[in-house]
Design a protein around this ligand. Sequence first.
Ligand code: ATP
Ligand code: MG
Length: 415
Amino acid sequence: MKQSKLFTKTQKNSPADEESKNAKLLIQAGYISKEMAGVYSFLPLGLIVLEKINKIIKEEMEKIGGQEILMSALQCHDVWQESGRWDDKVVDVWFKTFLKSGGELGLGFSHEEPLTKNMKNFICSYKDLPFYPYQIQTKFRNEKRAKSGLMRGREFLMKDLYSFSKDEKEHNDFYEKISEAYFKIFERLDLKDLTYKTFADGGSFSKYSHEFQTESDAGEDIVYLDREKKIAINQEVYTDEVIEDLGLKKENLEKVKTAETGNIFTLGTKFSDALNLKYKDEKGEDKSVFMGSYGIGPSRIMGLLVEIFSDEKGIVWPKSVSPFLVHLVSLEKNEEAEKIYQKLKENNIEVLFDDREKISAGEKFSDSDLLGISYRVIVSEKSLNSGGFEVKKREEKEAKILSEKNLLDFFISEK
Ligand code: ATP
Ligand code: MG
C-alpha cells in the first residue's frame, strides 16, 4: 500500500475530547474515528489490525471445533421474554426500538436466547451433540460510562462461542480446552505474560466462572493476584472463604488493576430449560442440553494493545497484529525505493510505502513512530551510499544497514 494513496492522514495533535490513551493514539494515527462517545469507525489501517486480531481468534476457535456463524443484531422481543432477560430491570444495557408495523425490538448485547432457540431446529438426539457455534459480531450495550476508547464501546465487537453438550462431564472437557485456546490467543497477541485466569461469580450453575484478566492501569477491574500460581480472584468474589477454597494464601495475593479481555461461563441448563431445548439420550429419554458461553473482545483487545504497547512517540504494535510488517520510508523521490517496494511485494511481505513527496524527513519519522508498524526501513541517498537500506525495529534506537538481498532474506524469515 502506498501512503500517498491512503485517504487517512495522521493528525498533528491528539484529539482533545478523548481521555484514554488508546483512543487518543488510534485517532491521531488515523486508525479509527470517533462517531460519538463509545462508538468508533474503523478506517483502512484500523480494520487491518482488527481483522488480524479476529483471524488469530478464529484460527484458535476452529482448532477446537468451533463453527463460524453470524447472527442478527436485531433481536425479537418474544424469545428474550421467555428467558426473563427482556426486562430493563434484569438487563440494564439494552438498546431498544420500535417497528413501524408494531412491536418492540432490541439490539443484541449477547446471543444466548436466539441461538438456543435456533438450535431447536438441529438438536434431536444425543448423536447431534456436542457442537460449538461461534461468531465475531457487533454487540450493542448502553454502557453508563464510555470514556475508555475501544475498551468500553457502546457498539463493539465480540467473539461469542456457545457450547451445546450432553452433560456436565462433556461440558467440562470442552471448558478446559477452550481455556487453553484462550491462552494461545493471548500468547499470539503478546499478552500471555500479563493475562491471568481469574475466578469470578459463577451464576446459578457453577461455583465460579473464569475471566481472562490482563494487567493494565487502563482496565476497570480489580483482582487479587497470585503471581507464582498465575491465578487471580476478582474482587467481586474476594472473601476469606474463596481464598481458602482455591488453596491460596492472603499474604501471597496482590491487588492489581486489570482489563477483562475474555471470559468463559458454565450456563448449565438455564437457557435450555427456559427455551425448552432437549435431546433424546441413548434410552430415548428427554434431557436438557448442557450449555456454556465463551466471550472475548477483539475491539477491546485492540485498545488494550495500544495501552500496553506504546511509548511517548506512538504505538508499538506486536508483530502478529501490526498492520504491515514493514514501513518503507523514502526520504527523497528515488527509483531504488520504488524498486525495493516492488521486490518486497513480490515476496509477499506486507509493506506500507511512505512515498509522499514534499513531506520533511522529520515529519515522516514522527508519522512512522506514531503508526507503530513493526519495522521501519529508510531509503535515502545517505543509506544507499552506505550500502543499502536502514532497518530498525519500531522500539529500537539503533538502525543497521542491509543490502537488498539481506533485507529481503531478513523479512522473508520474519514473515
Ligand atoms: P465488563 O465487566 O468489562 O463490562 P462483561 O462481563 O460485561 O465485561 P461479557 O458480557 O462477558 O463482558 O463480554 C465478553 C467480552 O466482551 C468481555 O470479556 C470483553 O472482552 C468484551 N466486552 C464486554 N463489554 C464490552 C464493551 N462495552 N466494549 C468492548 N468490549 C466489551
Ligand atoms: Mg459489562
